[in-house]
Design a protein around this ligand. Structure first.
Ligand code: ACO
Length: 377
């Protein structure tokens, strides 16, 4: 893909949420107008004795009781009026209008955690975007609200099983990133609910994309790749990594990647040639380089001063050797590294092992010793 193509892809990823979310966009624009006209208001309140706040908390308690029929009513009352819980409420029709939505949460600043206890929208206002709007308002609020320098950048909730879809659309995930010791024992756990977390980034938007955002992004990228692709033929991906144990790597020649040759890829001329009969045609392929390395080890091993370097230093004979030399190298180790086929990615690494082997001898032994002199010869 060209740079221009990538920029286009990037722009589209950030600005075009895809067909599926056109409705959601329109809903949110409608709510923007309601907010601008003062018809829709959001208030953050708690049980602080103010008359208007108490009235809204009573309305909120009634809303939760209706919308969350499985929650015991006295439990709802206890949390809504608990002074450690805050509630964000949405009012339609101005300050004297109806309470149509609310979220009740408890901040734990030292844990960077906000626990959402309840969230509901009144029945006749559901699926009109108010649930999304109030959650966005809550995220905005918590990102700007600090106590003792701490901010709540993790929102956690036990989502009612039939509200999991709504929470995922708000950027909540079932995989919990926050350390368990930071939330376990702090938040209330419910049977029949699903623990979900939203990690907030700097801007108050979820730091991790939601599953639906990931799907949208994937399909955007696929469409852009398709539109820029000259060749519509699909190739199988690389299989080589599947069979490797974790942490193991394998080199892949670009020309062996399915489809690359078909696109007209012409490998560059090799940067150098190995001028030795042990290196095949001299091209620095893995096979030729290893042939050359094997031959070098064979020649060096036959040198009359090679004997101290053929095997590792015996720690029974030289007890403090491995206290002084932290990166020991000997010819048998170099041979094993060649035979593993994976260690020496280039000739520099091979030469570096020889340099270290001789240098170790000079570091451990004094200049008058046979070992020091052998290393120099
Ligand atoms: N399941 C799956 N998806 C849902 C649900 C749901 N229950 N509710 C809404 N959605 C989807 C909408 O279809 C919409 O999708 P789209 O953007 O792709 O079109 C998206 O979520 C956002 O919808 P909104 O209109 O913003 O959400 P709404 O205003 O309906 O509020 C809420 C959602 C709060 C779940 C509301 O439906 C409700 O009050 N339900 C009953 C009470 C409830 O279940 N509350 C949550 C309990 S868990 C807890 O409180 C911790």
């Amino acid at each position: 893909m060209s740079t221009q193509g990538l920029q286009l892809a990037e722009r589209k990823l950030h600005h075009s949420p895809g067909q599926e979310n056109k409705h959601a966009d329109r809903r949110q624009q409608h709510l923007d107008r309601q907010e601008e006209g003062g018809e829709l208001l959001f208030k953050l309140i708690r049980n602080d004795g103010r008359e208007d706040h108490m009235q809204w908390l009573i309305d909120l308690k009634n809303l939760y009781s209706k919308q969350l029929p499985n929650m015991p009513k006295d439990y709802i009352v206890r949390l809504v009026f608990d002074r450690q819980h805050y509630s964000l409420v949405a009012l339609k029709g101005g300050l004297n209008g109806r309470l149509i939505a609310g979220i009740t949460y408890r901040p734990f600043y030292t844990q960077s955690l906000g626990e959402i206890a309840f969230c509901a929208v009144s029945a006749h206002e559901q699926v009109k975007g108010y649930g999304t709007r109030i959650m966005n308002k809550l995220k905005e609020h918590v990102m700007n609200d600090t106590e003792g320098g701490e901010r709540l950048d993790h929102l956690i909730t036990f989502a009612d099983n039939n509200a999991v879809g709504y929470f995922s659309k708000q950027g909540f995930q079932k995989e919990i990133v926050l350390d368990k010791e930071k939330w376990s024992g702090y938040i209330k756990e419910y049977d029949g609910g699903t623990l979900m977390e939203c990690v907030l980034g700097e801007s108050g938007r979820p730091a991790l994309p939601s599953n639906s955002e990931m799907k949208e992004q994937k399909s955007e990228v696929e469409q852009i790749v398709q539109s820029l692709s000259k060749d519509k033929q699909l190739f199988n991906g690389l299989e080589v990594f599947r069979s490797l144990p974790e942490g193991e790597y394998a080199r892949v020649d670009p020309k062996d990647i399915p489809g690359v040759k078909e696109l007209g890829f012409i490998p560059n001329d090799p940067p150098f040639k190995i001028l030795h009969s042990s290196a095949g045609d001299g091209t620095p392929t893995t096979e030729n380089m290893h042939g050359f390395m094997r031959e070098m080890v064979r020649i060096v091993s036959q040198h009359q001063d090679a004997w101290p370097f053929r095997e590792p230093v015996d720690s029974n004979e030289v007890p403090d050797y491995y206290d002084v030399i932290k990166d020991p190298v000997d010819l048998s180790l170099i041979s094993r590294r060649i035979e593993s086929q994976r260690y020496y990615a280039n000739l520099h690494m091979f030469a570096a092992d020889f340099a270290r082997m001789f240098n170790n001898a000079r570091v451990y032994n004094g200049p008058d010793t046979i070992y020091y002199k052998a290393a120099n010869r």
